[in-house]
Design a protein around this ligand. Sequence first.
Ligand code: COA
Length: 156
Amino acid sequence: MDTYPNERLGITQEDIKARFNDGFKKTRYEELEKDVLDTTNNLLLLVAKKDGHVVGYCRGLKSQDHNDSVELYVSAEYRDRGIGNALWQKRFTWFDQNKYTILEVAEYNANAIRFHEQHGFIQDQSLKQPTYENWNILPNGKKIPVVIMVRKKECI
Ligand SMILES: CC(C)(COP(=O)(O)OP(=O)(O)OC[C@H]1O[C@@H](n2cnc3c(N)ncnc32)[C@H](O)[C@@H]1OP(=O)(O)O)[C@@H](O)C(=O)NCCC(=O)NCCS
């Protein structure tokens, strides 16, 4: 909830709540369940726990020609302790090492952009990936602007 509201673009907390609550929750749970039950080894869901509570998670997807870094979130009070790096590293070793990796990030999420740059990603607007689940389209029609970042396989 701290990541996506943006005053300049008029994206409010209410917009974000409307997007990520209600109808979204059901499909969300179905999706996560799919990841957990997946037997193809093409979907990954990793969680980081502290004292039995989930404090971070990430998802990954192996596509035909590339890897998708689908999500990476750490609870605000647990950031800057290496959890994001640990999740990233674990997911990265699971990815196909001979393929490139892409992700989408809100263009104003400077922290996440920097985090991924430190992990070898560069911004690349020439890659036209279909927006993952249209996650950035809000119920009132506003759109979270995104940038696509890529980590080429030769970074490995
Ligand atoms: C981006 C995000 C996942 C990073 O997670 P994180 O757990 O804070 O990341 P880390 O702690 O591993 O690394 C962050 C900083 O902590 C430092 N750090 C790493 N290990 C550390 C440790 N053991 N102790 C203290 N600091 C540490 C890192 O060097 C890094 O510092 P730097 O950015 O100055 O280099 C997190 O900020 C987040 O959830 N943001 C909101 C959601 C989001 O934007 N997700 C990405 C969408 S694409």
